[in-house]
Write a protein that binds this ligand. Sequence first.
Ligand code: LIP
Length: 289
Amino acid sequence: MPDWTECLNFGISIAKQAGEVVLAALQDQKDVDLKSSPADLVTETDQRVENILIFEIRKRFPHHRFIGEESVAAGGRVQLTDCPTWIIDPIDGTVNFVHRFPFMAVSIAFAVNKQTEFGIVYSCVEDKLFHAQRGRGAFLNGEAVHTSGQEDINRCVVVTEIGAERDHLSLSTMTSNIFRLLKLPVHGVRALGTAAVDMCQVATGGADAYYHIGMHCWDIAASAIIVQEAGGVVMDTDGSSFDMMSRRVIAASSLAVASHIAQVVQAFPCRRDDDDPSSTCGAESVGKL
Ligand code: LIP
């Protein structure tokens, strides 16, 4: 059984270096480009950080493969094979980065034989490094973390995102999901603007559940294993097994809470990440699936 600890330790080191690049650019004037919608932003820093990460990893592990948010945006395909693969979001929370809203993360996951071996989420403004290695627990700045274990939906803080979709079908589905949860009621609904950091709140017990439709594999691949190793449950929003390419996820403190959320929330159609590089959601994708 191979031990991927050397890769993990290298990943933690370059995640911290990448976080320093993000912080150094945070106060700079930013040139912002649009991707899939007027709310789906990318900056030169996103691209530079991803290039640095891939360059450093490739120098050390030349036969490894990559799935990177900005490489895909530039036309690359999302292909998760059995090869060792680094799944990278250079800045998760780019809108926050542009606006200097202080929650953003370098997110790095590592998969072999299509199974995630470790995940790293570096929330660089907070200087909080979350990581987990399969079968070895979840950690925040080196200290073990655990989910709240909450099993009563009515005693939950739930985190979600509105995402970048701005078509009527996606927005009406997402807002009605929030309405239904608040009516249960739950204690509260929160959104930090970064899926990776959102999900890490579940791992530490600061929130009891997270769900989202429309995010991408690079947003959640690392934080999914962090929640799982913290004792949480990760599944699809339809209650089936988690599939990082499906663009739907629930991460929760317990199976009871995850299952309750799966009964309440509705999804809107999203093209899978590994189905087409120009993944779309909502009305644009209806009829294309
Ligand atoms: C972001 C996600 C966030 C979602 C945004 C965007 P990015 O990732 O982390 O949860 O609401 O639409 O997808 O684009 O900043 O890497």
